[in-house]
Design a protein around this ligand. Structure first.
Ligand SMILES: Nc1ncnc2c1ncn2[C@@H]1O[C@H](COP(=O)(O)OP(=O)(O)OP(=O)(O)O)[C@@H](O)[C@H]1O
Ligand SMILES: O=P(O)(O)OC[C@H]1O[C@H](OP(=O)(O)O)[C@H](O)[C@@H]1O
Length: 180
């Protein structure tokens, strides 16, 4: 049986990468996507493949991405190699943009969405604490906090406003095999 594809989405600073790292430690059979991003290689945060805009365009033209999008002035790509991992029957998780969900569901009709949420003041506090972006960049990210998800998707909400362990437990529960 093919693996399941999970898009982990939610506003910047909500804890998507933190939750994905926790899942990696506790659910080794899941495949966590390493994204291709036009970001400086030493920016910190998640492990990713840093490329230039020209390299990104070449990869995209060569069919190297299952999904790609632009946000925060950066290009993000999900390598098309995920199709082989899914075909092997492994579940695949990626940190995605809410804006790419419609396209993702068109390409992967059985897409599951894990929507991570927290209060705006929590996001502001966490982004400032993380320190990867400037104050202006943080303000722009907070401006996207209320971006609505498209309707008609299979969405599980994961609240991450309090103790991380609670959100990790909710995430692991959402990854349990489904009964059919
Ligand atoms: N439950 C939590 N309690 C306290 N701090 C948290 C919690 N969850 C995440 N954080 C912290 O919040 C900051 C933002 O988390 P993270 O980088 O995982 O967010 P993100 O959703 O991946 O953001 P982005 O979309 O910008 O990459 C990090 O410094 C992380 O350690
Ligand atoms: O606001 P929306 O479109 O949902 O998300 C846009 C982008 O923001 C985050 O990027 P990063 O991890 O901070 O680089 C997400 O991972 C996504 O790629």
């Amino acid at each position: 049986m093919a693996g399941r594809l999970f898009a982990v989405v939610g506003p910047s600073g909500v804890g998507k990468d933190t939750l994905l790292a926790a899942v990696r430690d506790r659910h080794p059979l899941c495949h966590l996507v390493r994204r291709v991003i036009t970001r400086a290689p030493d920016a910190g945060g998640e492990a990713f493949d840093a490329v230039t805009e020209a390299e990104f365009a070449r990869l995209r033209a060569a069919g190297g991405f299952a999904l790609h999008w632009r946000a925060h002035g950066l290009c993000y790509g999900i390598p098309s190699a995920i199709d082989e991992v899914l075909a092997e029957g492994r579940d695949v998780l990626f940190n995605g943009s809410r804006a790419v969900l419609g396209e993702a569901a068109a390409r992967y009709p059985r897409l599951r969405v894990l929507h991570v949420t927290a209060r705006p003041e929590t996001l502001a506090w966490r982004l400032a604490g993380r320190g990867r972006e400037s104050a202006d960049e943080i303000a722009a990210r907070l401006g996207r906090a209320g971006y609505a998800l498209p309707s008609g998707l299979c969405i599980t909400r994961i609240e991450n406003d309090g103790a991380l362990e609670q959100a990790v437990a909710a995430m692991l529960a959402a990854l349990q095999p489904e009964r059919v």
